[in-house]
Ligand binder design. Structure first.
Ligand code: RFL
Ligand code: PHB
Length: 389
């Protein structure tokens, strides 16, 4: 098979890149390790930045998001019973959209099907060959046979555990990493949200987040030790812990119900630089991971896609390579700012096991400052709604 851009990974970044390239007249082939059903069964991000919302509209996949998504003007940060509201809209003129990653991915699959783009599922043993040259090709196994796709460029959208990043020789890249000593236990439940807006709750019992997917579907998280397993957490234990961590006035309205999904995700900050090796580019979680506290992961993948789709269209249709030459440094400038914000939110809101008494006072002082300073709230709001692409 021959195409212009081979995309490895059919998650949100691979599908959005493919959709934008196709609309710009560029042919793509998408290779995905699992089935469509498994990609759509992952419960992940829930918050879309203003720029993400606009790019999805521009890609022709905004209709269902605009009718079913919930625009949010602000959120709450709390320290035990003290609550601070950050009004994004008043402070920045922008809002975020509550619309699940699963739904975004669903809309992208529908749009790609309508265009007839080849999305090949259940591929194994993907190998990227001659990535450093102008004639790369990708091999994979499917249905007991080995296949080959040739392209002018290859883009790795295959997440943190994919093959693309590891195809770049270690001596050609630098990794930066911070692993946090806790994870998030997430529960999805068909119950009405405890609050109209998200609540990021810091408490002496640890962090909790009250989020949602719709008027009758909630997503809640509690900070847990890395050694915990999902089996350690009955629904009952989860609801009790959540209640203890939310402010009393919020917890009083909590409606509980059976969990529809329950999973634990470790928290990590990670960047691999640069995002290009010859004809191979990295996008999204394949190149960087943020802890979920600032809701930045999917949104960062989308800003990478924004820079790269434009650059690839210019390179392939106008023979202008300046965009692909600048891609890595342009994307990394924004990535590091989101890294900083996610790390700061994580540090400000979580309890660290080995922390001293000073750390708890710093958290308290950060939230106290936020409640008193409009400048501090504006800074948080500006980062939360998303820095410009
Ligand atoms: P994905 O979604 O991991 O997709 C990668 C795809 O590549 C496939 N793949 C391969 N395909 C072919 N060959 C191989 N060798 C392959 N290896 C892997 C995989 O099967 C998969 O389909 O990466 P992508 O597209 O870059 O998207 C990134 C986002 O998924 C991620 O950043 C967000 O989910 C992070 N995140 C959040 N981001 C936000 O912007 N806002 C949020 O509110 C938010 N909340 C979250 C989150 C992530 C979480 N977890 C579970 C890590 C909440 C949680 C709990
Ligand atoms: C979610 O709804 O899954 C969610 C929302 C905000 C975050 C992280 C996750 O910061």
């Amino acid at each position: 098979m021959k195409t212009e851009v081979v995309i490895i990974g059919g998650g949100p970044s691979g599908l959005l890149l493919s959709q934008l390239l196709n609309r710009g007249g560029v042919d793509t082939v998408v290779l995905e390790r699992t089935s469509r059903e498994r990609v759509l069964a992952r419960v992940r991000a829930g918050i879309l930045e203003d720029g993400t919302v606009n790019l999805l509209r521009h890609a022709g996949v905004g209709a269902r998001m605009d009718s079913e998504g919930l625009p949010h003007d602000g959120c709450f940060l709390t320290d035990n019973d003290v609550m601070v509201r950050v009004n994004f809209h008043e402070l920045t003129g922008k809002r975020v959209m509550v619309y699940g990653q699963t739904e975004v991915t669903h809309d992208l699959y529908d749009a790609q099907d309508a265009r007839g783009t080849p999305i090949i599922h259940n591929v194994d043993d993907v190998v990227i060959n001659r990535a450093e040259t102008n004639s790369p090709f990708v091999e994979y196994s499917r249905d007991g046979a080995r296949h080959r796709v040739d392209g002018r460029y290859v883009v790795g959208c295959d997440g943190f555990h994919g093959v693309s990043r590891r195809t770049i020789p270690l001596e050609k890249r630098t990794e930066f990493e911070r692993v946090y000593p806790f994870g998030w236990l997430g529960v999805l439940s068909a119950t009405p949200p405890v609050s109209q807006e998200l609540v990021y709750a810091s408490s002496e019992h640890g962090f909790a987040l009250a989020s949602m997917r719709s008027e009758n579907l909630c997503r809640y998280y509690v900070q847990v030790p890395l050694s915990d397993n999902v089996a350690d957490w009955s629904d009952d234990r989860f609801w009790k812990q959540l209640k203890m961590r939310l402010p009393h006035s919020v917890a009083a309205d909590l409606v509980t119900g059976p969990s529809l999904e329950k999973s634990i995700a470790p928290l990590r900050s990670f960047v691999s630089e640069p995002l290009r090796w010859g004809s191979l580019f990295l996008v999204g979680d394949a190149a960087h991971i943020v802890p979920p506290t600032g809701a930045k992961g999917l949104n960062l993948a989308v800003s990478d896609v924004y820079y790269l789709h434009d650059a690839l269209i210019s390179a392939l249709k106008k023979r202008d390579r300046s965009g692909i030459d600048a891609y890595s440094s342009r994307a990394l400038t924004r990535i590091w700012k989101a890294m900083r914000f996610s790390w700061q939110m994580t540090t400000m809101l979580h309890r660290f096991d080995d922390e001293d008494s000073f750390a708890a006072q710093m958290r308290r002082a950060s939230l106290g400052h936020l409640s008193q300073s409009e400048t501090a709230r504006r800074d948080l709001a500006e980062n939360y709604v998303g820095l410009p692409f």
